[in-house]
Design a protein around this ligand. Sequence first.
Ligand SMILES: [Zn+2]
Length: 443
Amino acid sequence: MPDAAVAKLQALVRIPTVSHRDPARTDTAVFDTFLEELARQFPLVHERLELTRIHTHALLFRWRGRAATKPVVLMAHLDVVPVEETAPWQRPAFGAEIVDGEIWGRGTLDDKGCLVGICEAVERLLADGFEPAQDVWLSFGCDEEVSGAAAGLAVEELTRRGVRPWFVLDEGGAVASGAFPGIGVPVAVIGVTEKGVTSLELSVEGRGGHASTPQKLGPTARIARAITRLERAPFHPSLPPPTQTLLHRLAPHAPAPLRPLMGNASRLGPALARALILAGPESAAMTRTTLAATTLSGSPALNVIASRATAGLNIRIMVGDTVAGVVEHVRKAVRDDQVQITVVEANEPSPLSPYEDDEAFDLLSSTITADFPDAVVSPYVMMAATDARFFTAISERVYRFAPFRMSKEQREAIHSYDERIGVADFLDGVDWYRHLIERLPDD
Ligand SMILES: [Zn+2]
């Protein structure tokens, strides 16, 4: 008989909670329906926990524990990214069909798996009459995918109530298989910092005019030159401490020729960073700030010279670099006074959460080892942005980990097509959240 928790995840995946950057375009009725369904699926959570509605559709639950000296926050978000019409999904994106032991659909991994996993763990514990050792807060965002306001407002609410979380756990890492070539064991990675998402716009103004009488180095040519100059001036590589720890912990599982190199990651940082850059874009992103020219604009007509050309740059800032440093790097690389640089959004990388000899990190790590004994546990630097970054304002320990086994294919399906989670993997995740809550310490 299929587990009831699986049916709950299916029901919630079928409600297409797509968020938009423009709040006016968000279908609020869909989010209303989602919250009603959530309340129906998890009656004890809604009855026994204290609920504060945040922003439009975000939820903040407080589950009182025997003590509140080390309160914890478990996070997830209920919104999803849209499904592109041309994306070649093999199964309906909001169908939540189970095929060959996997639940298919947008949001199964990002992030309704975590949402339902947390709710189901709490629901079962409530049914058993369990009382947590510490206050457990559940913070569920509604606009994570569009960098909306909900997470910041949840942090404001916690601040107002004087809550300083002992640790915060959000999505991010996973029990990942196939993450590193040649390494056969799964790696359970816990994000201890995330890159800062920053966007710049390059623009050049010109005279415009008829395309039959072009001048040299007009706005479009200057923008093109700026982009190629940026391509030739990558940010300097380095191996931040969590990446050194990751390589060190993976060393015993690596192919023999690589072991000494990885085992000495802290000493051989620069050489290893160069090797990771050569190994491909994913591993290169682990070693430095990255920059991608994304949007481009020029003239709207084929026979008109642009009087203004622009390029959008999306930049992911590595821990150790800063927004100011990045702008300076871009200015120097472009070396053209006529190219204006405007900061569109600025986010510094998140501070590093502790992971050496730290009771909270050890609790996460030992709970992972207990439930996923084959996995190597390690801290790592997250490449993508999460709502967790807002919580660094009120907690020193912000960790990013989803307790699900994920193959390389599954990880690639996040924000793409064919997103799906293994039924057994989802249920293991429910158990993991339960074990984590059961193991919270008394003081
Ligand atoms: Zn997410």
